[in-house]
Design a protein around this ligand. Structure first.
Ligand code: NAX
Length: 347
């Protein structure tokens, strides 16, 4: 006999072992990444096949966009996902983030024609100030925040700067798509399956300045430079391919990566939920590791120590070539911080 559960005035028959639903807030929910992402969360691919979810979807207060969001919600309903308990659509950050245990900040303002990077940073700065404050005010005590909307490192730094209740380590930004792209390129070159590539870190900014660190990566436990002896390919072709992959996809598809970005968000969260020895890449708050200025959010190797908690892996060694690449991305992150300094010193 199953146990009856009352929820919103309706009685459900559920196995008594099922955990309570997880509230997941997702912004930019009518956008193209979310069109690939939401169905996978609802199908249990992010939090497991035993965890019911409530999706709290945020979009801008624009009639057309809200209508599109309602359409997405209808489609989710039509999938009849057993784990999807509820979909709540809103234009109010305080509603979207209320009691959320995960906030996936995918929405941001895209760069318009002729727009300077500084303007893009500032426009998005306003969004992430608002959202960071709302999250700090109403999200669950154990909330984790993942920033995807670009420029994601700096947006994450801005959101975290608003928080007084939630510690900055709860805020991470996504470089997992870059890690996955890098792993696929190395696997293809070495003619090996992608899952034998380990210790692959993306250092720095999620931008063309990033350093996909082949030098510490391994293939079957052997350092990549010992397996792939083509130094020119590693130092030039590989790095450039990973850095420019997003632009190549826009050139080919006419729109930016969505399917692979959604997949990377799933990977980011799953890795962050899974303690173990595996090293993965996230943009996290620097305390000075690898030369990144304290308080910057930089892509680095991390290891998950408990569900939702990580430690930065600090024993990667870098030669002069790697150090020169790290310096470029460090400087770019510092320059972004300078451009948004008004947003991080608001409190
Ligand atoms: P879309 O333009 O398709 O969707 C973005 C959605 O965000 C829009 O529906 C928009 O209305 C909404 N939005 C804007 N401001 C908002 C706000 N204040 N609150 C709630 N929603 C808001 O973009 P999409 O392709 O889905 O990409 C989303 C973001 O991901 C972009 O900033 C993009 O640059 C970034 N990406 C980041 C990646 C990463 O690795 N970190 C990779 C993929 C992607 O490029």
């Amino acid at each position: 006999m199953k146990q009856g559960m009352e929820h919103k005035g309706r009685v459900y028959l559920k196995p008594s072992t099922q955990p309570p639903p997880l509230r997941v807030a997702v912004t930019g929910a009518a956008g193209q990444i979310c069109y690939s992402l939401l169905k996978r969360i609802a199908a249990g691919e992010m939090f497991g096949k035993e965890t019911p979810v409530i999706l709290q979807l945020l979009e801008i207060p624009n009639e057309k966009v809200q209508k599109a969001l309602a359409g997405v919600a209808m489609e989710l309903e039509d999938c009849a996902f057993p784990l999807l308990e509820e979909v709540h659509c809103t234009s109010q950050p305080e509603e979207a983030f209320k009691d959320a245990e995960w906030c996936l900040l995918v929405g941001s303002k895209p760069r318009g024609p002729g727009m300077e990077r500084a303007d893009l940073l500032k426009d998005n700065g306003h969004i992430f100030v608002t959202q960071g404050r709302a999250i700090d005010a109403v999200a669950a005590e154990n909330c984790r925040i993942v920033v995807v909307g670009n420029p994601c490192n700096t947006n994450c730094m801005i959101a975290a700067a608003q928080a007084r209740r939630l510690p900055p380590e709860r805020f991470t930004a996504m470089v997992r798509l870059d890690q996955n792209r890098a792993a696929s390129q190395l696997a293809k070159k070495a003619c090996v399956p992608v899952d034998v590539i380990e210790q692959l870190a993306i250092f720095g900014n999620h931008s063309p300045s990033q350093f996909p660190d082949f030098s510490n990566a391994t293939i079957f436990g052997i350092p990549v430079p010992e397996v792939i002896e083509d130094v020119a390919w590693l130092e030039e072709t590989f790095i450039e391919t990973v850095r420019k992959r997003g632009a190549d996809i826009i050139a080919a598809r006419g729109v930016s990566s969505a399917l692979s970005a959604a997949n990377a968000i799933i990977d980011h969260v799953k890795s962050l939920c899974t303690p173990g020895k595996t090293i993965h890449s996230m943009a996290v708050r620097s305390s000075g590791e690898y030369g990144f200025g304290e308080g910057l959010w930089a892509g680095m190797p991390v290891r998950t120590t408990a569900p939702g908690t990580y430690e930065i892996v600090t024993n990667f060694h870098h030669d002069a070539f790697a150090k020169s690449k790290l310096l470029i991305t460090q400087e770019e992150l510092e320059s972004e911080r300078e451009m948004v300094k008004d947003f991080i010193s608001l409190n």
